[in-house]
Ligand binder design. Structure first.
Ligand code: ZN
Ligand code: ZN
Length: 693
């Protein structure tokens, strides 16, 4: 067929040849064909004559990622006189990810004395943004001004993208503000830049200006805006975005639906998300995944698991993202049954388990108080493939269950395997040492941080304060806080306050509490803890003052929820639940339990109830704590050979803690409670936390 072209070449005029070759080049889709046509063009000398055809071949080679071949075409051409072929080659490099090459090529272009123009700059600037070479980008910017292209809309838009891509948003904004004309793309890219820099507020403000200037928002802009609002977690603005999308019929676009779901998830507006989800005309897998993530982010793990069942009914094939979300949902509720089910599902459906998913599965088992399986899972990954997150997951798993020695063993193992501990490793190992009362070992790890170039932050200090506080070394803990290089946060002061409560140090508790009230004025937990400190020292006047203070601020204790799994279902118990037919047996059992415990020496600990309640009512208040009801439910329903597993969303109160210890010996039951901080293994009248949690 190439012979035929030769004849065309001999007989016809240049423009006819151009059209013929053009068609042929367009249809060349393999390297051999392209190489053949290239050699024909070379031997006939067309390459030197037709700038247009040369450019075509260069682009074709470049789009097939054969940049060397593209470059050899360029070298054969007569490119000394015009910038057109230079721009074509530059485009080949820049559009196909060969950004460093693009920048070298641009330098060569300048050295050859070719003047860049408004087609040149966007490709060069794009490459600067990808390669993050801001100095080069700034040099190009001054060339743009020098060569008089500073008011070209495309060049300016490329400058905006270059600066924001390099993370210099303020310089991007300067260019943007100077632009005499801006199009939708330009507005969107500036808004996106702020959104990606997590400056949602500015992104939204700019959006308002864009509308003021009469630009209609398209769905691409709405996706960006929804993400910006999600970052702010501003539910009110979120509803405005949703309403706008509805009015402009933008919810027909699948990416808009997905981004609004994600936005509502981050704003904690689950019900709105559900409405959007239910009404979505097209539900792609990513739409289901967004809804699942929304549930899981907001602690609605059971809803996530139910939605997963529906997903199967609708024949939507889950992927790695789906199962990763579900695995974290199971970890959150601590449901051993669901954990096994989702794990089986992953195996049965041959879903690829990458290391991230392995780590999540290990974490899930550890949080479902099945550390043995978690460790077994880690053994299924080849030792040389375990990464720092795998070790962190296991160390924190051991730590939560109070197995400090095993956590330390793993910490040493990872160092031997040449895996560098990171700042999360140190949080896990320090809290493991703290939970197990291994003070000397913990101090040693704290000192080792600098060997691994990890600067201790508030979280590490909080672990250290907790560790020292547990051992009653309150002054040392306070000294440590005073010597912190950064400002201590609420974790640090919270750990000190807890220690002060345990050791009855009211004066130091006041220091901690005052700092906490400044840092987190809306956190009711610290008020409750401080009022407990006063209650312990029978200072009812101060207890009353704190309570009044809470009332004035409109603070309430967050609702407690205790979950227990039975017959593959989760049963939730709130504190002070009303009597109904379902819970009547549970109440009876709970009352019997209190009688049995009192015989064994149980005295209700009323320090967690405010003092102005009558003693009799106070007792009733602690009896009806959700975790006690859950325990009573477990005593009735769960076979004696099995441990009773309860998950609580807050800290276990001191009364329930001592009641659980007694139950474990009076009824000879093993009880495992996971509270917000750690696991408590109750057995033979003792708890694995050694009464410090
Ligand atoms: Zn309680
Ligand atoms: Zn405990």
């Amino acid at each position: 067929m190439f012979r035929r072209w030769f004849s065309i070449c001999n007989k016809n005029t240049i423009s006819e040849i151009d059209t013929h070759y053009d068609k042929i080049i367009q249809s060349c889709n393999t390297l051999p064909l392209l190489t053949q046509i290239h050699s024909v063009l070379t031997t006939t000398g067309i390459i030197k004559q037709s700038v247009h055809l040369s450019a075509r071949v260069i682009i074709k080679y470049a789009d097939h990622l054969h940049l060397n071949e593209a470059r050899s075409v360029f070298n054969e051409t007569d490119h000394e006189s015009s910038s057109f072929l230079w721009n074509t080659m530059l485009r080949g490099y820049a559009n196909n990810g060969y950004c460093t090459e693009a920048l070298w090529f641009y330098s060569l272009m300048r050295e050859s004395g070719i003047k860049p123009n408004n087609y040149t700059f966007p490709f060069v600037l794009k490459s600067c943004a990808v390669d993050l070479v801001i100095t080069f980008g700034k040099m190009v910017h001054s060339e743009v001004i020098r060569t008089g292209f500073g008011s070209d809309i495309y060049v300016d838009a490329a400058l905006v993208d270059m600066y924001s891509g390099c993370g210099v948003i303020d310089d991007a904004r300067k260019v943007f503000d100077k632009m005499s004309k801006r199009d939708v793309v330009c507005w969107t890219s500036m808004i996106t830049a702020y959104e990606q820099d997590e400056r949602g507020e500015t992104a939204l403000w700019l959006l308002g200006r864009m509308q003021d200037e009469g630009f209609a928002l398209d769905w691409v802009t709405i996706v960006t805006v929804a993400s910006a609002v999600g970052q702010l977690g501003d539910a009110r603005k979120g509803r405005a975005v949703h309403a706008f999308a509805l009015r402009n019929r933008l919810l027909l676009e699948v990416p808009v639906v997905n981004s609004i779901l994600a936005m509502y998830g981050k704003c904690g507006e689950v019900e709105y998300a559900e409405t959007v989800f239910v009404h979505a005309k097209v539900k792609q897998r990513i739409t289901w995944n967004s809804m699942l993530t929304c549930y899981t982010q907001n602690g609605l793990a059971s809803e996530a698991l139910n939605l997963f069942e529906q997903m199967k009914v609708f024949d939507v094939m889950p992927n790695e993202v789906t199962v990763l979300v579900l695995v974290s949902a199971c970890a959150y509720i601590g449901s051993r049954h669901h954990a096994t089910r989702i794990h089986d599902y992953i195996i049965e459906n041959n879903i690829e388990i990458n290391l991230t998913l392995w780590n999540a599965i290990m974490d899930m088992y550890a949080k479902c108080s099945d550390l043995d399986t978690a460790v077994k899972m880690s053994k299924q990954v080849p030792l040389d493939q375990l990464d720092v997150s795998s070790y962190n997951t296991l160390i924190s798993g051991y730590g939560m269950h109070g197995y400090g020695k095993q956590a330390l063993r793993l910490y040493n193992e990872m160092k031997n395997e040449n895996i560098h501990p990171n700042h999360i490793t140190f949080i896990s190992i320090l809290s493991a040492c703290s939970h197990a009362g291994l003070i000397n070992e913990g101090k040693k790890c704290f000192l080792e941080m600098k060997d691994f170039l990890v600067t201790p932050d508030s979280k590490h200090y909080a672990c250290m304060v907790d560790m020292l506080g547990r051992a009653g070394q309150l002054d040392e803990a306070y000294d440590l806080i005073k010597n912190m290089s950064s400002k201590p946060n609420d974790d640090v002061w919270g750990a000190l306050l807890l220690a002060c409560k345990m050791y009855g140090n009211t004066n130091l508790a006041k220091v901690a509490a005052n700092n906490l009230f400044c840092l987190e004025p809306q956190h009711s937990g610290y008020y409750v803890l401080m009022s407990n400190v006063y209650a312990d020292s029978r200072n009812w006047y101060e207890v009353g003052k704190l309570r009044e203070n809470m009332k004035n601020k409109g603070l309430k204790k967050p609702a407690a929820l205790s979950l227990i799994e039975f017959n593959n279902e989760l049963h939730g118990f709130h504190t002070g639940e009303q009597l109904d037919s379902v819970t009547r047996d549970v109440y009876k059992k709970m009352e019997q339990m209190i009688i049995d415990l009192k015989k064994a020496g149980y005295v209700p600990d009323l320090s967690c109830v405010f003092h102005d309640v009558e003693d009799e009512d106070k007792e009733a208040m602690v009896y009806y704590h959700g975790e006690k009801l859950a325990l009573a439910f477990g005593l009735i329903n769960i076979d004696k050979s099995l441990p009773i597993r309860i998950t609580k969303n807050l800290r276990v109160c001191s009364d329930c803690h001592s009641a659980f210890k007694l139950v474990s010996c009076v009824y000879e039951r093993k009880i495992i409670v996971r509270d917000v901080n750690r696991f408590h293994h109750f057995e033979d009248g003792l708890c694995s936390c050694n009464d410090y949690w």
